[in-house]
Design a protein around this ligand. Structure first.
Ligand code: CAA
Length: 445
């Protein structure tokens, strides 16, 4: 069977930084540890006044195409996944193609372009679309550009404001990929939910506490659905477990449930039995509530064990390094988590070739998706090219008043203009409005 997967990845962060414990928490009169310890977040990346989902996506694509020596003719699809689109008809991929055509010879005339929407899971769904297109033999030796790009802003004062972020992840999906091969097996957990939505409005309506429960419920179903086709998952089967990461505290919860599920009826559960008992089984209880209470208590004991702590520190914690510094990038978030884990593996000289990752995506509304990936021999070279840490270093550190102005600038309902806080160089910038209300972009040398 043809090997299909992610050949290359590039990350572009918004150029501004909001320091959550240092700037945001004091201004809101909150304890900084709510951010660092509770949510697990240190900073949000935010877009400067000349940045948006198009500039960040196009800048990530440009870096990727140049590095891989790709021309527009090598690209048969451009799919953009976003929750931050500004046009209900013309897809963001056309704007991004227009940007790239300003700097590359040739054009994307014969590439199929689209826009995918299902909250944060749409980036993974776009990879699926590319995978299926290649597997169906419709790609004519070309690959697909998948761009997950979002300005994840919440209304000022909303509890979600703590988890904001902005950035883009560009990925090239091809045959014989250099980074990871995707499993044909997938699992889904999908239900009609109203936990987080944007009914024709820019900022989301969020039921934060419920969204956490829905994330966990759909994720459990996706794992079970995956196992029905891919066989039982065992915690030692995969080296990294990148989750959709709205904030690292969410992943901390999801990981404990994933571990509990995957050790059930294994030697790990038996080995832990002396220390914390065996997992409760529903048939031993008179009511579901009693069973769930017992499960909750077992999980509390489980996460305190060295066995769990070692697994979590090795397999999950490395996937959160970038997220702690950038916040939620919605569609890009799980792909940032994968890159973060692989970057940690490279820095620590792990031998990952041929090893597996389990990848857990999630979108509100709601749908979770689980698949596995096999790391390819070219992974080190691919990850070594990422310059995301330098980008994070270069971000402009916002004062609280500046943050307010930049939030207003990106608010479609206000007419605020602020001077950029950074100077664009060698990148696409938003350059005003065209005669039909379209957004215009220029490349700045
Ligand atoms: N020291 C240590 N920890 C502290 C603390 C302190 N001083 N103060 C608070 N905390 C802890 C709290 O105990 C809590 O941790 P636990 O949940 O483990 O108990 C954590 O910090 C957050 O505190 P709160 O629950 O009080 O925070 P909040 O009410 O401001 O809301 C939130 C948190 C609901 C996640 C909110 O940020 C939100 O609505 N976010 C947007 C929705 C979201 O991200 N949902 C996630 C699932 S949906 C999804 O994944 C899709 C998506 O991308 C949006």
């Amino acid at each position: 069977m043809t090997s299909v997967g992610i050949d290359a990845i590039e990350i572009w962060t918004g150029k501004l930084k909001l320091d959550l414990p240092g700037t945001f928490a004091p201004a809101k009169g909150e304890d900084p540890e709510k951010y660092t310890k509770g949510l697990g977040l240190y900073a949000s990346s935010l877009p400067d006044s000349y940045e948006d989902i198009v500039t960040m996506g196009a800048n990530a694509c440009k870096r990727l195409m140049e590095r891989k020596g790709l021309t527009p003719e090598d690209v048969g699809r451009i799919d953009v996944a976003t929750e931050s689109a500004f046009d209900n008809s013309k897809p963001v991929s056309t704007y991004i193609a227009g940007c790239l055509e300003q700097v590359f010879d040739g054009d994307f005339r014969y590439a199929n372009k689209g826009e995918r929407k299902f909250a944060c899971v749409a980036g993974t769904q776009s990879i699926d679309d590319a995978y299926n297109w290649i597997r169906a033999g419709r790609n004519r030796d070309r690959g697909a550009l998948v761009v997950a790009t979002d300005t994840a802003l919440y209304e000022r004062g909303d509890s979600g404001e703590a988890t904001q972020g902005a950035g883009a992840v560009a990925m090239y999906i091809s045959e014989d990929p250099d980074l990871v091969e995707l499993s044909p097996e997938q699992g889904y957990g999908s239900m009609d939910e109203t936990d987080f939505l944007k009914p024709n409005q820019q900022f989301p309506s969020v039921d934060g506490k419920r969204s956490i429960q829905v994330y966990l419920a759909r994720m459990r179903e996706a794992v079970e659905d995956y196992e029905s086709v891919g066989g039982d998952l065992h915690p030692d089967d995969f080296e990294l477990l990148p989750f959709h990461t709205p904030f690292p505290g969410m992943v901390r919860r999801a990981a404990s449930l994933a571990y509990r599920h995957t050790i059930r009826d294994t030697s790990i559960e038996e080995d832990l039995a002396d220390e914390i008992g065996r997992q409760p089984r529903p048939e031993a209880f008179d009511s579901e509530d009693e069973y769930l209470d017992a499960m909750g208590e077992y999980t509390e004991r489980l996460v305190e064990t060295d066995t769990y702590g070692e697994w979590y520190d090795r397999v999950v914690e490395p996937t959160l390094d970038l997220s702690r510094e950038v916040g939620n990038w919605y569609t890009g978030s799980v792909h940032v988590a994968r890159a973060s884990g692989l970057q940690h593996a490279l820095e620590n000289d792990w031998d990952l070739t041929g090893k597996r990752l389990a990848v857990a995506s999630y979108g509100s509304g709601a749908q979770a998706e689980v698949h596995t990936e096999v790391v390819q021999p070219g992974w080190k070279e691919e990850i070594a090219h990422l310059n995301v840490l330098e980008q994070l270093e270069r971000r402009y550190d916002l004062a609280f008043e500046e943050y307010g102005k930049i939030h207003d600038t990106h608010n479609h309902d206000t007419d605020t203009d602020v001077e950029p806080m950074t100077t664009p160089e060698g990148e696409f910038v938003f350059d005003g409005w065209g005669r039909m209300g379209e957004r215009k972009y220029t490349y700045v040398e």
